[in-house]
Design a protein. Structure first.
Length: 179
């Protein structure tokens, strides 16, 4: 019986994707929302796609998307090179620059605020919380060399980049969004 329910949900999801695309929603935004676990409330999916589209139409949205993609690209390259993922919380004691500390604080705020907003089904507020990441992400990439000579600092910075990816997943899988 669970298989029938899963198949039915998959059918409705596919139909919703087609419907949203027919109404002008970008396919990549629909995919970014559907990539999240537990997306089975059709109304919430529609609202999330709409909020994501509105956010990405802003300068903060565009710039945060660029920063998130940059972080993901660095992670992908370094994870492939090292043969491992950089999961886990970064160690605050290893932050050598103010921009690292600021980014970590911004990520913590964004996760908390976006999580609270999503719990209230206020996706516009969740996007606003994500926008708060932009200045810290920009400053980090302007001032911090991720691939530091010190192996522990490098790993810690890569974990911090992974935290950016994790924070944005509160609203959508940004890796599915095209520029």
């Amino acid at each position: 019986m669970a298989s029938v329910g899963s198949s039915l949900l998959s059918f409705f999801a596919d139909r919703l994707k087609v419907q949203l695309r027919d109404q002008g929603a970008r396919h990549d935004l629909v995919d970014a929302v559907f990539a999240l676990e537990g997306q089975d409330d059709i109304l919430m999916i529609v609202r999330r796609v709409e909020a994501l589209a509105a956010f990405l139409a802003t300068d903060d949205g565009k710039n945060l998307l660029a920063g998130t993609k940059r972080a993901a690209n660095i992670l992908r390259i370094e994870e492939k090179k090292d043969g491992r993922a950089f999961d886990g919380a970064p160690d605050a004691a290893l932050y050598a620059q103010d921009e690292e500390k600021a980014l970590a604080a911004a990520i913590d705020r964004a996760k908390a605020d976006a999580g609270a907003a999503v719990a209230k089904e206020d996706f516009a507020a969740a996007m606003t919380a994500m926008a708060g990441l932009r200045p810290a992400v920009d400053a980090f990439f302007d001032k911090v060399t991720v691939n530091a000579d010190d192996k522990a600092v490098r790993e810690n910075r890569l974990k911090l980049l992974n935290e950016i990816r994790a924070a944005t997943r509160a609203v959508a899988d940004f890796s599915k969004i095209q520029d």
